[in-house]
Write a protein that binds this ligand. Sequence first.
Ligand code: ATP
Ligand code: MG
Length: 422
Amino acid sequence: MGYQIPRGTQDILPGTVEKWQYVENKAREICSRYNYKEIRTPIFEHTELFLRSVGDTTDIVQKEMYTFTDRGDRSLTLRPEGTASTVRSYVENKLFGLPQQPTKLYYIGPMFRYERPQAGRYRQFVQFGIEAMGSDDPSIDAEVMALAMDVYKELGLKQLRLVLNTLGDKESRKAHRDALVAHFEPRIGEFCHDCQNRLQTNPLRILDCKKDRDHELMKTAPSIHDYLNDESRNYFETVKSTLTDMGIDFVIDPTLVRGLDYYNHTAFEIMSDAEGFGAITTLSGGGRYNGLAEEIGGPATPGIGFAMSLERLLLALDAEGVTLPIEDELDCYLVAMGEAAKEKAPSLLYQFRKAGLKADKDYMDKKIKAQFKAADRTNAKFVAVLGEDELANGVISVKEMETGNQTEVKLEEVTQYILNQI
Ligand code: ATP
Ligand code: MG
């Protein structure tokens, strides 16, 4: 039977990979418009970083990390998300000291979580995310959400919902936390094992529980909105009014909490309302994490970001029936007839390619008919046919596939001729 790919991973083959490249290019293009620069960090980090930053009460840390000991007896973990590494790098490289602030970064790369695989949930998946560090201006919260929405919208998605909430600042969260404990404690026995643990460690996350989401106490749970201090309330109002001014639609969901420990103030998710998208409707999530840089040994630094997986983005494109305008055809396929023409072909093809043409030829010693078929398969715009007679006369015949027009061109002019046509 041979070897099989590990569960929850994918091979992305030619024919599909073009979609990935298209989407990645779009993300990069939008980042450059918003002045976010790429950062590339290692695929693995010291395990301690994730315990510290993601938080040891989260699903990621408790159940999902790929952790291993290397030959030097260090505990390392394949990164489950991108924020921790980005903030680690920001602190380690003292990016906060650069004159240009805030520091606006983006990343695209594989993340690893030991999860039960299903549509939209993999063990290796690619996240595109951004982080803006150093500013607590509410307009950057709006910018981060706008950028995420732009990626989806510009790719052609329409059935999108931006869901917004605030988690308040430390003080508001503390008051809310106490209220949550008081609310759930008397009947915590009716909740799942995880929620029972969460009651003391992180009661906010009870609201995020997938098993107990229909319990009656969930609907009556105290809302963070009743515990916001003035500063947190004002912050939230400004974020909302900025989005409104920008013409970006959103809905408020007071029960939206994020899985990770380090969030405060703004929290948001972008959902797909497309029919057939499946059980998982969240396309991306993000929020503000003031305090994270300090938590991992840096200066107190406000920060905000989001992450989306490209897997879910591509699923949403399928669900909405969006076809990406991918151009993958060759400019020219070179057909050679006869020994002398075959000998001439490699250098002629090389000349095409050096001039910037996307070009190819046969390498399977195919008959003429089969060479034309191969040319068809590559969707070549032009087929250049080099036969014995043409070669002897120093010419080549060039056929435009769309019109069927065929022209004889001097060999030394053929490259320029095709360049002029495309
Ligand atoms: P979920 O509730 O779906 O488990 P999460 O809270 O774990 O999501 P985040 O940690 O916020 O997700 O990650 C941000 C984004 O990364 C998600 O919105 C989703 O697009 C994507 N994502 C997370 N886990 C996976 C996975 N296992 N496979 C594919 N994409 C994922
Ligand atoms: Mg998850």
